[in-house]
Design a protein around this ligand. Sequence first.
Ligand code: FEO
Ligand code: CA
Ligand code: CA
Ligand code: CA
Length: 663
Amino acid sequence: MNQHTPGDRKFRTSMLEANDGPGHNPTDNRTMGDIIAKRFSRRSFLQGSLAVSAIAATVSPIAILLADDARAATASAFAFDEIEAGIDDKHHVAQGYDADILLRWGDPIFADAPEFDPANQSAEAQAKQFGYNNDYVGYIALEGSAEHGLLVVNHEYTNDHLMFPGIVKIVEGKIDVTPADQKRVDIEMAAHGGSVVEIRKDAGKWQVVRDGKLNRRITSTTEMELTGPAAGHDRLKTNADATGTKVFGTLNNCAGGVTPWGTYIMAEENFHGYFGGELPADHPEAANYKRLGVPEGTYEWLKFYDRFDVSKEPNEPNRFGWIVEVDVQDPNSVPKKRTALGRFKHEGAESIVAADGRVVFYLGDDERFDYVYKFVTAGKFNPDDRAANLDLLDEGTLYVAKFAEDGSFVWLPLVQGEGPLTADNGFASQADVVIEARRAGDLLGATKMDRPEDIQPNAVNGKVYVMLTNNSKRKADQVDAANPRAENAFGHIIELIEEGGDFTATRGKWEVLLKCGDPSVAEVGASFSTSTTDNGWFGMPDNCAVDSAGRLWVATDGNSPKATGRTDGLWAVDTEGDARATSKLFFRVPVGAEMCGPLFAPDDQTAFVAVQHPGDGGEDWEGFGRPSYYEDLSTRWPDFKPNMPVRPAVVAITKQGGGKIAV
Ligand code: FEO
Ligand code: CA
Ligand code: CA
Ligand code: CA
């Protein structure tokens, strides 16, 4: 995630609150906070709830002793000794594990790529090197191997003040970045997108295959095709593309997915930040763009490229905010923007094959008060014919979730002509529905969530985990009695159980797995199990993974000295049995960073994690205490060399001597 502060074009940092634009959902649809509040208050009245017992345990010394007994008696599914939560300039991993740097920003990924030279970077060099701010990490096996495959990695955004020498002045104690020239913009554009990199495990250690034939960089200028119901629609046509089917590049690729047929999914999240200028008065896209916060004007690309200026190319923003599919088996394939999956601030797209062979993609729209979606393909997955699956994402049904206080939910179809999705309401075709998926969800009465991030189906137990990272903007003047987690600073995780265990079902049951934050502060209302130690709790769940044993791992975005007294990291979260809602810290990032990935190799012997925007911040850490930028960094992770800036990097975690992680 990131970062953007409206109107602040020069300083992009995740220190500023994540996705804290003004909040664009104008409806009276009910929030998840409303519904959880009602549900918890009813259950605690009737039978006592997990939340209430957790709070009670933290305020009574006797209860803490009892909790120690419970800890001894509770069987966690994870075997490792958790590390101490805290903050410094390094990463830390559980004892008995190695955390090896695999791919850093600037690492050459082609035989002819130049070595990284941060003082003399160019767009041409960057386009052949690993990009910036690694986020989603996926693994696509080559010949079925768990030790030889393609690592696919998103590069979400860029932090100029950490990337470029000589552009920062400190003014009144704050970072001031000089306006960008075209060279800098071109480097930024080449540092966005994604990487496909062949990797191989030799003698227990992962290596990059630099001359891998399938290695590829995808950037903000890579040619892409729009497919599905919106392809070719007038609302997607621009001066450069009269067909409405051809787009250059992908933006702000946050989380993603790997499909069952082995393609790479890149989700376009905060695309609004790249657009500036003013839409012509009374333009028909005005309401559409307002709902998405377009244009925000965080980046300066429009100074050099008219397509990012909505006064010149008013339809260009309709060509972003999609799910992008990349066929990694052909390094020259044209990535496809699959419009059937709707247009919003896509966090990711994790999928699972349902019992009948259709494929279900779970989709979060990461903004305060926005929605949870899923897409069910019309066609069935054919495991014996890869080519037959390649256009499955062009036909199917997009649904949005509505949650009820009785623990049920329904998936409401976003289908033109059904319910309110008619021409009278501006939905003349399915193209209009997918282009304005948010507004369609508004009319259907979808539930307003606290920033839906990664959503992960679990093939072992049939459940689906929804990370809801926080909603800091529910300020005091927006509080009502039904929202106990107003200013929901720490987020929560909910669990979905689709009816009959069928992922294509249109209804099911939901449950809160965790309410996050420090359980020793009763006012926070966190609901970790009493077996969770002071190192084990966390705030701001963001990305997550389920390993092949069906165990849940949660990565966080936004823990800091000020927010939680700890950095972000990777936590192992029990979901079943007596240990349910117990969390343990496995890995933590250096100061200023966010934890992305995570991903388990198919044999569970490697956990890949992405350390995003390390060194972005440090003011609130007593070990640094001032703004961090290229010349004066709070950490020089991972190289720790005076001539090397801090570098986002993917880390491969393996058990010393081999074996499955946390077993
Ligand atoms: Fe890119 Fe929703 O975090
Ligand atoms: Ca994130
Ligand atoms: Ca996030
Ligand atoms: Ca995930």
